[in-house]
Design a protein around this ligand. Structure first.
Ligand SMILES: Cc1cc2nc3c(=O)[nH]c(=O)nc-3n(C[C@H](O)[C@H](O)[C@H](O)COP(=O)(O)OP(=O)(O)OC[C@H]3O[C@@H](n4cnc5c(N)ncnc54)[C@H](O)[C@@H]3O)c2cc1C
Length: 300
């Protein structure tokens, strides 16, 4: 049986071939994935991963693709999306377990409605629970690891284990050791707060995001991490780079920390603009802007 038939047989309507990354990333750019698969269970995900290792096909797991830039050359392997690993369970009052594929913002809304505080300021982050744990995503002073207790992970041998927060080195937008693991679910401990108050705070955050961020264009959020002692967006702004364009990629004039696909951008346009911003900021301010976003594939 060909590799194509093997995947098609197993995943049927839940797989597609030569799917452009524009269809599964928020930048809406990038070349095709040989196969794009939506496994329906951790067993399916695990056996897909094993199959790729046996067949020597590259394998990658993604949530909503909201923090990645995929090369225009695409990915000659299997990309697994976690969207079907969903489900939110509440237990013991303030403890909540969520599947890797749950949309982070759905979890935040759920918590606000149940009167569970601790993540309301992260409203509107457009990724999944798995992606949020992998990135230690955060906003307005709250980050995912603040309320995280533990998460279930799977390794390439299909072993599933639970890692407690203190077993994983983590910091600002940085979690070590997850590159070779798949997050399957995460458990959080929240604190009680009035749901009216939480929903109001959530609404305030969503308004603030819409006011400050270029949400009407495709992007992958902030391109760079916050450097110690300053803000990436401020540095980019003082260097006069707001609005700078390469091809269809543009430094947002609404929020200089974002690069937007202003129409017809390629990943190469975005990549060249990122490098240009880094070198200009370094030359003019001395700050080295470190990437927050993850580059997938070959950009040479
Ligand atoms: C408009 C906009 C606003 C944003 N605002 C914020 C913000 O305020 N704060 C912030 O922190 N981020 C922000 N982001 C970036 C992004 O949404 C977050 O980093 C998010 O957590 C990424 O989740 P994802 O599911 O999309 O991950 P993806 O982009 O799909 O993947 C990111 C990385 O995580 C890995 N990954 C994904 N799922 C798993 C899994 N289950 N197990 C192991 N690894 C996995 C991928 O392999 C990849 O390396 C923003 C993005 C956009 C487009």
């Amino acid at each position: 049986m060909s590799d194509y038939d093997a995947i098609k047989d197993k995943f049927g309507a839940y797989c597609s071939f030569n799917e452009p990354a524009a269809n599964f990333t928020t930048y809406r750019t990038g070349g095709a994935a040989w196969a794009l698969v939506r496994p329906g269970s951790r067993d399916e995900l695990g056996s897909l991963w094993r199959w790729c290792l046996e067949k020597k096909r590259p394998f990658c797991v993604l949530g909503k693709g909201s923090n990645v830039l995929v090369s225009d050359k695409g990915f000659d392997g299997v990309t697994a999306l976690t969207e079907r690993l969903a489900g939110i369970e509440i237990s013991g009052g303030y403890t909540v377990k969520a599947g890797a594929g749950v949309l982070w913002d759905n979890l935040v809304r759920f918590c606000a409605e149940k009167g569970l505080g601790g993540v309301e300021k992260t409203s509107g982050i457009p990724g999944t629970v798995g992606g949020a744990v992998r990135m230690n995503a955060g906003a307005y002073g709250q980050e995912i690891f603040d309320r995280l207790v533990s998460f279930e992970a799977m390794d390439s041998e299909r072993r599933i284990f639970t890692l407690k927060k203190h077993q994983i080195a983590h910091g600002y937008r940085n979690v070590r050791g997850l590159e070779s693991l798949i997050v399957l679910s995460a458990t959080f401990e929240f604190y009680p707060l009035g749901s009216t108050e939480l929903l109001a705070e959530r609404a305030r955050v969503l308004v603030k995001r819409a006011e400050k961020q270029p949400l009407d264009y495709p992007s992958a959020g902030s391109v760079f991490k916050r450097p110690v002692g300053d803000y990436a967006s401020r540095l980019i702004d003082v260097c006069g780079l707001k609005g700078l364009k390469i091809g269809g990629a543009q430094v947002s004039s609404k929020h200089a920390g974002f690069i937007i696909n202003s129409g017809g951008a390629t990943s190469a346009d975005i990549y060249r603009l990122i490098r240009k911003v880094q070198s200009e900021v370094k030359a003019r301010t001395g700050f080295e802007l470190e990437l927050e976003q993850i580059m997938l594939g070959d950009f040479t």
